[in-house]
Design a protein around this ligand. Structure first.
Ligand code: CUA
Length: 334
């Protein structure tokens, strides 16, 4: 079916979507973690049981409606009080089925909650409206990179409101509540790229709060980690700033051109050195100190026309990273 459609549609984008869809089923995306097959099996079992009883109950009901309909020559009869064997069957049998469904679900839930010893730990930070993934060496990236076949534990917290990390291909989802840590674990089974979503409505740009999950083939993950670290240590400040602009989530709210509108924060482009009005009515010059203060105390000097919604980056950026962001903003004046 997919191949017929693909040959009919010439657009590369459409066939890309179709070939991606063919990795999964009509209902589910590809199964890419070791818990996924069990989750799907249970889902199909519950759907099957529901469909069976739907057909059974509606058929019997229809049959009764026709058989006992009011018609000439048939008088209303007094109904029998009850039928004990029948009532026992229709109470006890469904109870067993429901307990069975609970037990199957509970076993899978336990598998999902019990983090294996020695799981690779990655810190996840969520804020309106982006994700940051931090590795044991301190590296922070905007997409989640994990090794294949190894248990990975995500230790997660939220900087502002409730978010929910959801990786459909892994069949895992966990809410992140501000003020406490939540964890989640999985073992990816197939190298590739998958989507990660925020599954809890968290404001204006909730639907843009997505990331990629890159599952690396054996040996590739360590190589990626080392290469990223080297890259960071050797970049000129403005380029490091450009990278941090994406990784630290600035890009979600601050455009880096002058044409994009409707974002939650002011543009970084052609802004350095200009005079700008604040919400308080004062006028400031956008210089190094203004930018630095805005990163560390975002609510202190909010630009006119913008809501005070930016989370603080106090303790989340090193000095050289703040320098790099300032250098990046300066570079956007050209
Ligand atoms: Cu974060 Cu929705």
């Amino acid at each position: 079916m997919t191949t017929v459609f693909s040959s009919m549609l010439s657009s590369a984008a459409v066939s890309a979507v179709l070939s991606q869809a063919s990795d999964g089923t009509l209902v589910f995306p590809a199964q890419a973690s070791d818990v996924a097959p069990a989750v799907d099996k249970l889902f199909y079992a519950i759907t099957g049981i529901s469909a069976f009883f739907f057909v059974l109950i509606v058929s019997v009901m229809t049959w009764f409606v026709l058989k006992y309909r009011r018609r000439p020559g048939h008088e209303v009869q007094p109904s029998p009080s009850h039928n004990a064997p029948l009532e026992i069957i229709w109470s006890v049998l469904p109870s067993f089925i429901l307990v069975g469904i609970f037990a199957a679900g509970f076993m899978i839930f336990l598998d999902m909650r019990r983090v294996p010893d020695g799981a690779y730990e990655i810190k996840v930070s969520a804020r309106k409206w982006s994700w940051a993934f931090q590795y044991p060496n301190g590296l922070v990236v905007e997409d989640l990179h994990v090794p294949v076949g190894q248990p990975v534990k995500l230790l997660m917290n939220s900087q502002d409101v409730i978010h929910s990390l959801f990786i459909p291909a892994f069949r895992v989802k966990q809410d992140l509540v501000p003020g406490r840590y939540a964890d989640l674990w999985f073992r990816a089974t197939e190298p590739g790229s998958y989507r990660l979503y925020c599954a809890e409505y968290c404001g204006q740009q909730h639907s843009n709060m997505t990331a990629n999950v890159v599952v690396h083939a054996p040996g590739e993950f360590e190589k990626w980690l080392r290469a990223e670290e080297d890259k960071l240590n050797n970049l000129p400040p403005a380029e490091l700033g450009a990278l941090l602009y994406k990784r630290q989530g600035c890009a979600q709210c601050h455009p880096n051109d002058t044409t994009t509108t409707g974002k939650a924060g002011p543009s970084f482009a052609k802004t350095f050195g200009t005079q700008q009005k604040l919400a308080s009515g004062e006028t400031v010059t956008i210089d190094e100190n203004y930018i630095r203060r805005s990163i560390l105390e975002p609510l202190a000097q909010v630009r006119a026309g913008f809501q005070p919604v930016m989370p603080t980056y106090q303790g989340r950026l090193r000095e050289n990273e703040i320098d790099a962001l300032i250098a990046y903003i300066k570079s956007l004046n050209q």
